[in-house]
Design a protein around this ligand. Structure first.
Ligand SMILES: Cc1ncc(C[n+]2csc(CCOP(=O)(O)OP(=O)(O)O)c2C)c(N)n1
Length: 253
């Protein structure tokens, strides 16, 4: 590698061009997951579970073995694969429509069983792929195609805070919420993903990294405005931080 080269495409991604809209942060998150797999020397042994949503074609992008799951069922598929291949790194990659709505039961039970898998949970507060409908994580007042006057608490209740909910489950080992709205937070996100995979390597049990993400097209904004909107609106309702780190709490052995 020439001395001047400070950045190059990770081998953890294939050469396929992303199908995401310009400005979408799925691409950044893909790169982080892929870089971590390479850095941990786990690319050859990793198995990712693609869910249903904009990232449905993640199997084309990650340069490791991939399996497609039905909508919301990725944690169940990951469970089966991990139990057959306990020494492989197994992760799901799920949106908030997939994980927090149709798949809410799957993830809760996987956490209760403390399955030794890692959930990469991409929360963009909307159903992106299907045209920007309201998701369980859509903020109060947020306009979507199915809440054109803004989400109303009286009609649909409060947005679900998945990290806080899963952190109450004894089987959950590590739960952290991060964001990719600026470079400093992208770096923090990578650290969180790495920690989750390292805990999985150490057979510590269920880990999830929730990543606040943008859907500038679904939100009807420019990519830059969407990053600002995330910071100003999502982070106050979805505070960043470590919600559970059982390994740290119990003292690393
Ligand atoms: C059983 C079933 N129900 C509904 C759908 C339609 N559907 C496809 S993607 C999607 C929502 C995905 O949203 P999210 O998980 O937030 O991911 P994003 O597209 O925003 O990345 C829905 C409802 C489906 N494919 N299968």
């Amino acid at each position: 590698m020439p001395d001047s080269m400070i950045f190059q495409r990770t081998k953890g991604l294939t050469d396929a061009e992303f199908t995401y809209c310009p400005g979408c942060t799925h691409g950044i998150i893909h790169r982080l997951v892929a870089e971590v797999l390479v850095e941990l020397n786990q690319l050859e042994d990793a198995i990712g579970i693609a869910s249903v949503g904009c990232s449905v074609m993640a199997y084309d992008f990650f340069n490791c073995d991939m399996q497609q799951a039905a909508h919301g069922r990725a944690p169940a598929v990951a469970t089966g694969i991990k139990r057959c291949l306990p020494n492989n790194i197994v992760f799901t990659y799920q949106g908030d429509g997939d994980l927090a709505s149709i798949g809410a039961g799957e993830v809760v039970h996987a956490a209760h069983r403390s399955e030794n898998i890692t959930i990469i949970f991409v929360n963009n507060a909307i159903y992106g792929m299907t045209g920007g409908q309201m998701a369980p994580t859509t903020l109060i007042g947020q306009k979507t195609t199915t809440s054109p006057y803004g989400r109303k608490k009286e009609e649909t209740g409060d947005p679900i805070r998945v990290s806080e909910m899963l952190a109450t489950i004894p089987g959950a080992t590590y739960i952290e919420r991060v964001s990719v709205h600026n470079p400093a937070h992208v770096r923090k996100t990578k650290k969180a993903i790495k920690k989750a995979f390292q805990y999985q390597q150490e057979k510590r049990g269920f880990t999830m990294v929730e990543i606040l993400s943008t859907c500038n097209v679904g939100w009807g904004m420019s990519p830059l405005d969407a990053l600002d909107w995330l910071e100003e609106n999502m982070i106050p309702y979805y505070p960043l931080g470590v919600y559970k780190d059982k390994v740290k709490e119990e003292g690393r052995q």
